[in-house]
Design a protein around this ligand. Structure first.
Ligand code: ADP
Ligand code: MG
Length: 311
């Protein structure tokens, strides 16, 4: 990386205060160094956002910085890991200081909220592509896995379903009388890190809703060799999502649209009283495989998939 670019990284991305004791060495050498306490496992995840695929050209860089980190922290949240460190790979078509300033503000302000250190990265030129690797600590053997759901578990989710999906439709031209909260959920999802930490000891399986509830819950069901029934009337749908469905008849949108970044998790009936976070019970885990939705007195097998690349 040329000196001028290194100066920019130093200017916009070097945090002066180290927040987590596991980070021994951050930006500035060939590698960062982390020291993992003996009783913990390191949880690692990486996500990429490509212009034109994951976000529109011209999107506010501050929103991009926030969302790129949020989607990665959301993966750590789904395992019950406490985030400590991230690395950032930037591929930029040009060096644009305004863009870097906005992006780093969005990125670092969320990092600061969760006491996460940016410990390294890479910078190169090309089509705008943003990658974050996020790392976190989870007590050995205690991470929430997709494979842990048991027959009879209750299925819960945090937050609202379908707001981000509605936000995307608004971006694409759908006319909505009060679009702000849907747009906010689409552009500025808030990772449920604290919720993940709070349920870890009591939940059997957990996933974050990135590709749509139907498709993400299906990962839990397949890996746990079980099925599920979702009760449509219990879904946490905002006023705006309800009015979208009334207008369009598209009742499956909240189940199939992605980008909500809420947690979906299962809990054994005798542990429900231990769940102290804000969440909604939306269904139950059943022996019969597959994913069913109960709506208007009928049960429907849902074959519709969430967002899949290359499909
Ligand atoms: P190397 O040639 O050894 O890969 P680089 O010149 O790419 O090193 O990077 C120099 C330092 O700057 C490294 O510590 C690297 O982690 C850090 N760095 C480079 N790009 C970024 C970035 N986008 N965000 C954070 N740190 C970065
Ligand atoms: Mg490099």
């Amino acid at each position: 990386m040329p000196v001028s670019e290194f100066r920019l990284i130093d200017k916009y991305f070097t945090q002066k205060i180290k927040k987590s004791a596991v980070n021994r060495k951050g930006i500035g050498d060939d590698c960062a160094l982390m020291l993992i306490p003996a009783e913990y496992e390191l949880a690692v995840t990486v996500d990429t956002m490509v212009e034109g695929v994951h976000f529109f050209a011209g999107t506010d860089p501050k929103l991009l910085g926030h969302k790129l980190l949020a989607v990665n922290l959301s993966d750590l949240a789904a395992m019950g890991a406490k985030p400590t460190s991230v690395t950032l790979a930037l591929t930029l078509p040009e060096v644009n200081e305004n863009w870097l300033k906005g992006f780093s503000e969005g990125f670092l302000s969320l990092a600061n909220q969760f006491s996460v250190d940016l410990i390294g990265g890479d910078t190169s030129s090309g089509k705008l592509t943003l990658t974050v690797q996020a790392m976190g600590m989870v007590p050995k053997g205690r991470a929430m896995l997709r494979s842990g759901a048991k027959i009879g578990d209750y299925i819960f989710m945090t937050g609202w379903l379908g707001d981000a999906g509605l936000g995307l439709k608004i971006e694409k031209g759908f006319n909505c009388s009060s679009p702000n909260s849907a747009l906010k959920q689409f552009h500025r999802p808030f990772p449920r890190v604290n919720e993940g930490l709070a349920i870890m000891a009591h939940s059997n399986a957990c996933i974050d809703i990135s590709d749509g509830l139907a498709s993400d819950l299906e990962h839990i069901l397949k890996q746990s060799h079980v099925g599920a029934r979702i009760d449509w009337d219990k879904l946490p749908l905002s006023k705006m999502v309800r009015s979208y469905i009334e207008k369009t008849g598209d009742w499956q949108m909240p189940l199939t649209a992605g980008d909500d970044y809420e947690l979906c998790f299962t809990v054994a009936p005798d542990k429900i009283h231990l769940i102290k976070i804000d969440c909604t019970q939306i269904g139950v885990v059943e022996e019969e495989t597959g994913f069913r939705v109960q709506r208007l007195g009928k049960t429907k097998e849902l074959g519709v998939k969430g967002f899949e690349h290359f499909s």
